[in-house]
Design a protein around this ligand. Structure first.
Ligand code: GCO
Ligand code: MG
Length: 411
């Protein structure tokens, strides 16, 4: 099982994806996702210029050793680019090990701890009728847990919200794709006080319409100060959220102590974290309820499993990031890990477009609101390189916010 070939493939079927493909001397191949939305080519360079040559000739069976070698020998540890590159290698090696063993990766991780993974989708709308339609549409698609994002009176454009027309133009239904292809970053507007006033009214209406059972989630997308986040958590308590995500910018972790003192709304954080060190203190101090780290951005299956095992000691569960900028390979890795660990919480699942599904041939299933990675050996995803070749990289940026006085704000 010696690695003889390492290719970095960039393809942009519905959006940009960076995939690492490893081949061994016995003809086995493994795939890894290295996509960092809006900064894709930085990971391509990291892999092509600095990692690929280190992999050729290595024993593909040595997953932990390769992880430690890439992490420690680089000297410059952590960071989204480094950890996405290491994640891609790690995923590809698990894929190869599964194929060599003739087993799906979740079996190598200890076997299934559940029949499938509860997954949530993204409902959104500018106003209530649109939000209700979007929730109903998700229920029809089989979702049994739903994230709700809403427009705010007086604001023109908000992350996570697409009017139905705009979503249809993008080829999606209701789901907002934050990255704008072929253009510079889109400017959106923001006003936290209006948002804080409006949002409890929306959750009240959604609860009244859909009843008490439906798990509802919400993403604050790092936009509040600690005291504003505390107010939001408190004002949402009557609507029994499954979680409130990224209520403050994640880099100031002490903020969560203040939020926690004021609210029992469960908190989820960490989609932009890269290592267990970003989670260590907030897990130990029990300041969160769900770990949002993605396999793709946390250094792979090996590293995220360690983080989640640590979180399990505190009854903190997984809530892995799964928007469409996690490629089908990264999603498959998340599904195998989620199926195997004991402390699985929920999986974010935003369906990929038809072009993406043609490039990445997948074997997962989606039934009765549950995802399952399937039983093909390895991760269960193959890259159709002819299809991938049809879609070259396209410049794409995430949006940003400005307040009414022109100040740049978290989006
Ligand atoms: C989520 C996220 C995403 C991110 C996107 C950025 O909870 O799904 O917040 O929508 O904004 O992944 O790359
Ligand atoms: Mg989020």
């Amino acid at each position: 099982m010696i690695i003889t070939k390492a290719e970095v493939i960039v393809t942009s079927p519905d959006r940009n994806f960076v995939t690492l493909k490893l081949t061994t001397d016995d003809g086995l191949t493994g795939l890894g996702d290295a996509t960092v939305n809006g900064r894709e080519l930085a990971v391509v360079s990291y892999l092509r210029d600095h990692v690929v040559q280190l992999l050729i000739g290595r024993d593909a069976s040595k997953i932990e050793d390769t992880w430690q070698f890439l992490y420690r020998s680089a000297y410059w540890r952590r960071g989204p680019i480094t950890m996405a590159a290491i994640a891609a290698v790690d995923m590809a090696l698990w894929d190869i090990k599964g194929k060599a063993a003739g087993m799906p990766v979740y079996q190598l991780l200890g076997g299934a701890s559940r029949t499938g993974l509860m997954a949530y989708g993204h409902a959104s709308g500018k106003e209530l009728p649109e939000i209700f339609d979007s929730v109903r549409d998700h229920l029809e698609q089989g979702y049994r847990s739903i994230r709700v994002q809403t427009g705010v009176p007086g604001l023109k454009a908000i992350y996570g919200i697409a009017s139905n027309d705009a979503a249809a133009a993008l080829g999606t239904r209701y789901d907002h794709e934050p990255a704008v292809r072929g253009a510079l970053p889109q400017e959106e507007d923001w006003d936290t006080r209006s948002y804080l006033r409006h949002i409890p009214t929306v959750f009240e209406a959604v609860r009244n319409e859909f009843g008490p059972e439906l798990p509802l989630l919400h993403d604050g997308h790092h936009r509040m100060t600690p005291i504003q986040a505390a107010q939001l958590g408190k004002s949402l308590e009557p609507y029994d959220l499954f979680w409130l995500e990224d209520c403050t910018p994640a880099e100031n972790q002490e903020a969560l102590r203040l939020v926690r003192q004021h609210t029992t709304t469960p908190l989820a954080i960490g989609e932009i974290f890269n290592t267990i060190w970003d989670f260590k203190d907030i897990i130990r101090e029990q300041l969160i309820d769900y770990v949002r780290g993605a396999v793709t951005h946390m250094g792979g299956i090996t590293a995220l499993k360690k983080t989640l095992d640590y979180a399990a000691m505190y009854q903190i569960k997984s809530g892995m990031h799964g928007p469409t900028d996690i490629s089908p390979v990264g999603m498959a890795a998340a599904m195998h890990l989620g199926l195997a660990i004991h402390n699985f919480g929920i999986q974010e699942y935003m369906k990929h477009g038809a072009k993406t599904d043609a490039v990445f041939e997948q074997s997962f299933t989606w039934e009765n609101g549950l995802l399952h990675p399937g039983d093909k050996p390895g991760l269960g995803v193959e890259l159709n390189q002819d299809e991938a070749g049809k879609y070259p990289y396209e410049q794409a940026y995430l949006p940003y916010n400005r307040l009414a006085d022109g100040t740049v704000h978290d989006w």
